[in-house]
Design a protein around this ligand. Structure first.
Ligand SMILES: NC(=O)C1=CN([C@@H]2O[C@H](COP(=O)(O)OP(=O)(O)OC[C@H]3O[C@@H](n4cnc5c(N)ncnc54)[C@H](OP(=O)(O)O)[C@@H]3O)[C@@H](O)[C@H]2O)C=CC1
Ligand SMILES: Nc1nc(=O)c2c([nH]1)NC[C@@H]1CN(c3ccc(C(=O)N[C@@H](CCC(=O)O)C(=O)O)cc3)C=[N+]21
Length: 392
């Protein structure tokens, strides 16, 4: 039975004396809260995740916040379990916020944002991502335009479609699904997307600006932006922290490191040629892993209390009745790492849904900018102020 302690009119803490709660081999439990949440005095406001560590009186604690309209219950299973950063839930909140803004824009100036997606070839995973993006556009009221080209299309054909979308005023964002077939020059194609519609943030001008002090990109790549947004929404401090990014690709690792640096973290990058990577990751307060190696980051790579953001999406075979015949795992060995970390993103349900939410948010941002609609929640570039700024 749970006993009830009223901390304030807005906050209730349930403490459970039972140890038989649906425990699982992975000790991690679901944490829902947003930055609109007010924490009781007992919780360090700079790092609410410390609560369970610094509060031995409440070894099994569920905190709910009646004041918050959105995700707001913290559930922590025991002293050593990490809280689970619920990307699926946060992405849903963001979709709702984007939908409200879109409907306001439609009402006030009659503009509906449009996203064009170009898919070349018949990779199953790419087709699934594109389908999911279309579904997400539908749910928030973005018009989506899709071009599907056969694997053996020419580069010129892709460039022709990009040029058409560049000139189309009803299209505010253009995404060319990667990877492209190997006979195509990815650089030529990404260069062709006009930077005002580069909602993926992959154009070299946008990436270059991201890397430069005093310059601002028009768009930040969706996956790294989603990682930072998760940290913000969980009120996890970045400034002055040691962060390690594993992976240095143009689309995830490198921009993630640049973003963390812009947030005043001290950043190291680990890659395939790094010697003894675990010695470097063990120093990290925050790890973002974007490698593509299932379960590479073991529990002993992680400093106790670190925050782990797992970008990796790795299909592993399962011999079960699952229709797909495989399941997705991250780069981080969840079983082990969730016992050491203070917070961790799951795979699936972590960064993946955030990538799509950020794409919607970038498309809205583009439409607002192209139509000079008010940037009430963004700075002039729409980049550095997240949709819902954390309470400080
Ligand atoms: N959740 C999401 O929304 C998204 C998930 N992903 C997933 O993220 C992962 C990474 O994607 P992406 O960046 O495109 O992949 P890339 O293959 O482009 O890059 C992988 C990076 O990991 C590094 N690396 C490879 N092996 C090791 C190793 N053993 N130790 C340390 N570093 C290593 C590589 O180093 P080097 O540079 O030396 O070769 C490279 O920098 C994939 O699983 C992908 O599916 C990708 C995009 C979005
Ligand atoms: N131009 C371009 N932009 C991209 O952003 C881009 C791309 N190309 N190529 C491929 C990668 C990969 N990527 C993902 C997006 C969502 C999930 C996602 O939603 N994943 C779900 C699981 C989905 C499932 O079950 O299959 C999750 O993690 O919960 C994953 C991966 C975007 N990428």
């Amino acid at each position: 039975m749970a006993s009830l302690i009223h901390m304030s009119s807005a906050t209730t803490i349930f403490t459970s004396s039972s140890s038989s709660s649906s425990s699982s081999s992975t000790a991690a439990r679901l944490l829902h809260f947003t930055t609109t949440t007010k924490f009781p005095n007992t919780i360090s406001r700079s790092n609410p995740l410390q609560f369970r560590i610094s509060n031995p009186k409440f070894p099994k604690t569920i905190i709910t916040h009646s004041s918050s309209s959105s995700a707001s219950a913290i559930q922590v299973d025991n002293e050593t379990a990490a809280t689970v950063i619920d990307g699926k839930r946060v992405a849903k909140d963001i979709r709702e916020e984007v939908a409200v803004e879109i409907s306001r824009m439609k009402d006030e100036i009659g503009i509906v944002p449009g996203l064009a997606v170009i898919l070349v070839g018949d990779r199953k995973d790419s087709a699934t991502y594109v389908r999911n993006k279309k579904k997400a556009c539908d749910t928030v009221g973005i018009n989506s335009y899709e071009v599907q080209l056969p694997e053996d299309s020419s580069e010129e054909e892709v460039l022709k479609h990009i040029s058409k979308f560049n000139d189309d005023p009803s299209v505010h964002g253009i995404l060319v699904q990667l990877p492209l077939p190997s006979h195509m020059n990815e650089q030529n194609i990404l260069n062709a997307v006009c930077i005002e519609k580069d909602v993926d943030g992959f154009h070299p001008l946008n990436i270059g600006r991201l890397a430069m002090r005093g310059r601002e990109p028009l768009f930040v790549p969706c996956t790294p932006k989603g990682c930072i947004e998760l940290l913000h929404r969980y009120d996890i401090p970045i400034k002055g922290k040691r962060a390690v990014v594993i992976g240095r690709s143009n689309i995830v690792g490198m921009p993630a490191a640049l973003l963390l640096q812009r947030e005043d973290a001290t950043v190291s990058i680990v890659h395939s040629r790094t010697k003894n990577p675990e010695e470097i990751t063990r120093q990290a307060d925050i790890i973002i892993s974007a490698v593509g190696q299932p379960n590479m980051v073991r529990g002993n790579w992680v400093k106790p209390g670190a925050v782990l953001i797992d970008v990796g999406i790795n299909p592993v075979e399962v011999r079960s009745r699952k229709p797909r015949g495989y399941r997705l795992v991250g780069d981080i060995c969840y079983e082990e790492a969730s016992k050491v970390a203070s917070a961790i993103t799951p795979v699936p349900g972590g960064v993946g849904p955030m990538t799509i939410a950020m794409l919607l948010s970038n498309t809205l941002l583009s439409a607002k900018r192209l139509h000079n609609f008010r940037f009430d929640r963004f700075d002039v570039f729409g980049v550095w102020v997240c949709l819902k700024a954390p309470l400080k």
